[in-house]
Design a protein around this ligand. Structure first.
Ligand code: SAM
Length: 282
């Protein structure tokens, strides 16, 4: 949430789908409208609380009338109001129209998107960043952001035309990690220039990779892990920009791994030296 001083928000009860505020919120389903407004919708109490705890700016909190009287919901509403967000208490019908059909949630929040500028990426030590070439599938992107967070990566770079990390489905698939992982976007040309100035290994995962992904030393310098597109793999230009093409050996009939799985396998190997086990493995 923004630390700048804002006037307290207002509480409104809305029962009509024709209400213009509700119409605007429903438009956030569309990427074009998310791009224009720089806003997005997060569904569910856990996600909304995760976002607020991570200091993301909330514009509007929406909850179902059934949430009235719930200590948790009312405490959340008071917190949002104090930070200048409006609070909408809506009928089931209105909530059902805003929420995704498969799993309607009682609480939703409209948040401001947050992007990291390329110039703000300053790799050092054994940092790991992940670059995704034209990732298409929202579920893959959400899973990769969640996995990047779990592996201790520093952030995710979206290269070229990609699916939107702020689509409701993707936000949900991140399980809250979208609020912890810096996200950056670049054209392919800008990314190639960026990769050329990377101070460590630029490791591209590639089915034609000549090196077993378990062989390189990932501990000494920052690693930029580059993943190809789901259908086409990475472009030849991106492959050329990598300093190492690595391959995950496979058995069986599958000709490749799913993108999110391949990212997880490579990433946890790259981060192996940095991840400590905190259980009892005696
Ligand atoms: N037909 C595509 C191709 O030729 O690359 C398959 C793309 S695969 C579904 C998506 C991405 O996951 C690949 O571009 C690569 O980055 C990564 N990947 C999948 N399996 C891999 C493997 N066995 N070794 C290295 N990278 C792999």
């Amino acid at each position: 949430m923004s630390s700048s001083v804002r006037a307290p928000g207002r509480v409104k009860e809305i029962t009509s789908l024709a209400n213009p505020i509700i119409k605007d919120i429903r438009l956030l389903e569309k990427k074009r409208y998310r791009d224009e407004t720089g806003l997005f919708l997060a569904e569910g109490m856990k996600l909304v609380i995760d976002a607020i705890e991570s200091a993301w700016a909330i514009r509007t909190l929406i909850y179902a009338k059934a949430g009235k009287g719930s200590d948790t919901v009312e405490a959340l509403a008071a917190r949002c109001l104090a930070h200048g967000a409006d609070v909408l208490i809506v009928s089931e019908k209105v909530l059902g129209a805003i929420a995704r059909r498969d799993n309607p949630q009682m609480v939703m929040g409209v948040f401001e998107q947050r992007w990291t500028a390329p110039a703000a990426i300053r790799p050092g030590g054994n940092d790991t960043w992940i670059a995704l070439d034209r990732v298409r599938d929202p579920g893959n992107l959400g899973t990769i952001i969640r996995t990047a967070d779990a592996a201790g990566a520093k952030g995710v770079i979206l290269v070229g035309q990609t699916t939107d990390p702020f689509a409701t489905e993707t936000v949900r698939a991140t399980m809250g990690s979208v609020f912890a992982m810096p996200l950056c976007r670049m054209s392919e040309a800008d990314f190639i220039a960026f990769a050329k100035s990377w101070p460590g290994m630029v490791a591209g995962t590639h089915l034609k990779g000549a090196v077993d992904y378990r062989k390189p030393d990932y501990a000494s310098d920052p690693v930029l892990l580059v993943m190809g597109n789901e259908q086409a793999g990475m472009t030849a230009e991106l492959a050329d920009a990598c300093t190492q093409l690595i391959k995950i050996p496979q058995a069986g009939r599958a000709d490749s791994l799913n993108l999110a799985i391949a990212t997880g396998v490579a990433l946890f190997e790259i981060r192996r030296h940095a991840l400590t086990f905190d259980g009892d493995d005696a």
